[in-house]
Each structure stands twice: as structure tokens, then as C-alpha cells.
Write a protein that binds this ligand. Sequence first.
Ligand code: SF4
Length: 235
Amino acid sequence: MDADDPAAVPGPASPNETAPDPIPLSALQHAVYCLRQAALIHLERMWAENRFTAEGHVLHIAADRPGHRRIKGVRRVSALPLASARLGIAGVADLVEFHAGNEAGSDIETAYPVEFKRGKAKLHRADEVQLCAQGLCLEEMTGAPVPEGALFYGETKRRGAVPFTPELRALTEETVAALREVFSTGVTPPPTPLISRCRACSLAELCRPKAVARPAAAFRRRMVETLSHESPAQP
Ligand code: SF4
């Protein structure tokens, strides 16, 4: 699912429960794009469709059908439920391939998640983080390393490998922690300072980022004016 597409299994957010519900994998992607967007969708249950989200739905209609196939010795499982108890995340992978053997030459299958996206590869890392989270779930579920996965983009019809580097793993876990904070406090963060992202965001009308940011800016301006009147220039 795409960053502005909340249809990817938004699980209930329960800020006051002792055992919190798992964070949906799709929320990680939303959070990397904009933490406020993730909170609006998964905490406040807001949603609005635009062209980008509609295209994402169409792409996922096929990918979301559960199924097993074997192609050239690779076992392919569609719509596979995933979870990590350690991280408290859960969701459904579009496709997980299970390749025979691994780098150490053992018989253990190596899981390889593949996520389908509309459009093309993006400058931000939202898609990579969502995919890496799938890899972390698969490592916990299979007990075997998952060194990389792939993103398939509908516009370019290309599949690119994404290595799960220590840096990407750290970013993924930081994103989980940020979301956990949002869900546990129940506080929706302020708009992203990256206003170019708001133009492609289906929630822009509901979020009203400029209107939300304006009172804070006006307050800061008033404070500066007040302080400058109260503190006459020193000789
Ligand atoms: S409109 Fe901008 S600030 Fe609001 S949710 Fe979308 S990206 Fe975030």
C-alpha cells in the first residue's frame, strides 16, 4: 500500500490498554512519509481517496489474493500474514518468496518479501521501511536471516532489490518507536515541515496543514513582539 493509502489493514489503536494492539505494517510507511498522516489514519481514523490511493487499490486487488505457487523451484506465497512480537507489529505481505538454501548452503529456505507499489521508486524511504519491517517479521517467524526483499513498481513494471542494511533496520525500528509513542499518548503530531509531501497527500483537506501550523507560527510571532517590547535595547 502507498504512504497515502490507509486501506492496508489499519488495526485499532488502543492508547490505554496495557497490551497494545500490534502496529499495522502499513502505518510504518505512512509514518515515514509523515507521522501526522499515520496518526490521522490509524489513530483518528481519517481517510480520503485521491488518484494515487485509487491506483494503489487497483494494484493490490490482485496482490491481495491468498495463494501458493512454485515457479522454478521458488515457493511463492501471496497475502501472507506477518507479525513480530518483539516489535509489536503485524500485517499482510503482498508476496513472500521462499528460496531453497541460503548463503551458508543449508537446506533452510530463505524468505524474500516482495511488495507491490503504484508509481515508481520514490525519494523518501517509506516503501523500504515497510518492506524491511516485513523482513524483520519473517526473521522472527522463521528463525532464519532475511537479508533482502524487493519492491515492484506498477508504473515502471520493475522490481528492485532492497538490502536490509543495519541502517535501514535501525530506521525501521525507530519508526516503530515513534508510532508506539503516538499510539500510547494518543497525541496527533503537527504537520510535516516537508510541505511538498502535502501536495500528494489524500488527507490534505482533512489535515489542513497550513491552518494547523498557522496558530503556532502566529504565537511565536506574538511572543517575539512581546519580548522585544518588554526588553528595551541596552545602551
Ligand atoms: S497534509 Fe501534509 S501534514 Fe497533513 S497528513 Fe498529509 S503530508 Fe502530513
